[in-house]
Write a protein that binds this ligand. Structure first.
Ligand code: FES
Length: 547
């Protein structure tokens, strides 16, 4: 007798007495671990979607977790029949690359002037010797998203990209948004969020095709909370009005000259050279973090004359409007819907995620899946496509209701991937927050949408977002196509530029001092903007509501 266990969509029979970890291994699913499966490393987290009551109760090693999360090495099947469904934190593929990196939207190759240099076999950081080696020197650019983490490995001697990896931020067990992570970190001693993430990053770095000890510099970007958690800062103050990182408070008090952070490789807990420098890019203010600063660097805002808007969609959407004369930025807690969070079959844009949806004239649905395998869920670009296609074929109205009265649209029957009306509601709210945020920043700036010369659409929520689809559902303003530029994950692009060039890093440090932080919640029309933005209708160039 055994239960029917599904781990990451792989099915097998699990007899009573076996752990989820053991069964996952049998099914060929790799579960992160750095201990002897004894509850110590806390890395083997799984999310139990169904059948939690068929497992033994949580052990003391799991006291840091709340449902639906368990440690797979501690979860033992305790029944002879039934169904358990669970999944590990998701991983993207590690991609081996070998090419130069260019500025997003321009194709111009990035400057190569890294802080790490060599003189014969002497390796220097800012001119100070840290090691002796003739092996090629490497660096890492890391974007710590609330939902997804991206790591790039670069050759510091040629500027070439060597490999890229991405994975679901394992800190999800501490909540899906920054406020719950702050609360979790404040309530649980031991820096568990930091340790778990470091474990996952270690596995990624060790899988790269180089000796990790040839990594001499790391540039880390992320929103204020993600960055500060990584650098073991106390994040409590970011969760309380006036929402300030401890580094912002210290800067105001005069005890530091930048909100940027630094630590050694040894202290970082990463398997890189112990004397490597780990640099946390400066944050701007409040929740407007180092990822927003990196976006500005990626689009070269310091040298821009045109009026530029950047919408970097994520669990926290970064909104930037301006040019070299004036820059406004805001952070909008849109929630994780467009990264697949809070959506019944949602997942980040990693292998197994539906990223393309097409509804044919006869109602048939054609799907495109990242990695080409069976669909496990749907990511942001797939969700935008699905909403747009449902509108185009008039199966859904502008208020997000299905016209046939059903409660769901089945995307893939065999693999149980569907979209519920309640999912649409989550997406409507996330979209409403993004659009309202952008409208508010534009209003503060004193410009209408049709005055935007270049609209950069950024985000790690999918590679194949279609501009037409985003416009049809009103996620972005209805501007002419030639003004809209998709730039993918702008934060990792900015982190890469800051890793490869000292000049660009100085620009990064300088630009954050000039940014005006726009607090969305203080705008009198924000709520009206939000209500309007929740509708799945195109957003005209001029405001539909006063302001
Ligand atoms: S494998 Fe280390 S805690 Fe489960």
């Amino acid at each position: 007798m055994s239960v029917h266990l599904t781990v990451n969509n792989r099915e097998l029979a699990a007899p009573a007495g076996t752990t989820i970890f053991e069964s996952a291994e049998v099914a060929g699913v790799q579960v992160p671990t750095s201990c002897r499966k004894n509850g110590k490393c806390k890395e083997c987290v799984v999310e139990i979607a169904e059948g939690a009551d068929l497992l033994t109760p949580p052990t003391p090693a799991e006291k840091h977790l709340t449902p639906p999360f368990r440690l797979s090495c501690q979860s033992v099947v305790a029944a002879d029949a039934g169904q358990i469904r669970c999944h590990t934190m998701r991983r993207g593929q590690m991609r081996i690359e070998h090419h130069a990196v260019s500025m997003p939207g321009t194709g111009r190759r990035l400057d190569l002037d890294p802080a790490v240099t060599r003189d014969g076999d002497r390796i220097l950081i800012d001119g100070v010797e840290v090691a002796r080696s003739t092996a090629t020197m490497h660096g890492l650019a890391i974007d710590l998203g609330t939902t997804t983490v991206v790591v790039r490995l670069l050759n510091l001697e040629t500027g070439d990209l060597v490999a890229t990896s991405s994975f679901e931020n394992p800190q999800r067990f501490g909540g899906s948004d920054v406020m719950s992570r702050i609360h979790y970190d404040t309530e649980h001693p031991g820096k568990l969020l930091r340790r778990t993430l470091a474990g996952y990053l270690t596995h990624v770095i060790e899988a790269f095709p180089i000796d990790p000890r040839t990594v001499y510099e790391v540039v880390v970007v992320g929103n204020s909370t993600m960055r500060d958690l990584f650098f073991r800062q106390n994040v409590y103050s970011i969760g309380q009005t006036p929402y300030r990182s401890i580094t912002e408070i210290e800067l105001a008090e005069g005890s530091r000259t930048s909100t940027g952070l630094e630590e050694t490789g040894r202290r970082s807990l990463l398997p890189i050279h112990p004397k490597a420098r780990v640099y946390g890019a400066p944050i701007i203010s409040g929740h407007v973090g180092a990822d927003a600063a990196a976006c500005m660097l990626a689009v070269d805002l310091e040298h821009e004359d045109r009026l530029v808007a950047v919408m970097d969609i994520g669990t926290n959407t970064e909104l930037i409007v301006g040019n070299r004369h004036r820059i406004l930025a805001a952070s909008c807690p849109a929630g994780p819907a467009f990264e697949g969070g809070a959506i019944s079959c949602g997942m980040p844009a990693l292998d197994g995620a539906i990223e393309d949806v097409r509804i044919d004239a006869d109602g048939g649905i054609t799907l495109g899946v990242i990695g080409g395998g069976a669909p496990q869920g749907i990511c942001g670009s797939g969700l935008i496509d699905a909403l747009s296609e449902l509108r185009r074929t008039e199966r859904m109205n502008g208020m997000g209701r299905f016209e046939d009265g059903a409660d769901r649209v089945v995307l893939d029957e065999n693999h149980g991937v569907h979209l519920l009306e309640s999912d649409i509601n989550e997406l409507a709210q996330a979209k409403g927050a993004n659009v309202a945020g952008l409208r508010t920043v534009m209003s503060h700036y004193g410009a209408a949408f049709d005055e935007i010369d270049v609209f950069y659409l950024a985000g790690g929520f999918g590679r194949h977002i279609k501009v037409d689809a985003a416009k049809r559902i009103g996620l972005i303003p209805d501007l002419p196509d030639d003004r809209i530029v998709r730039i993918g994950n702008a934060a990792i692009e900015g982190a890469t530029a800051a890793l490869l060039s000292r000049r660009r890093r100085r620009e990064l440090e300088n630009v954050v001092r000039r940014v005006e932080h726009c607090r969305l919640e203080t705008h009198p029309d924000f709520f009206d903007f939000f209500v309007f933005g929740c509708q799945f209708t195109p957003v005209g160039a001029s405001p539909e509501v006063a302001g």
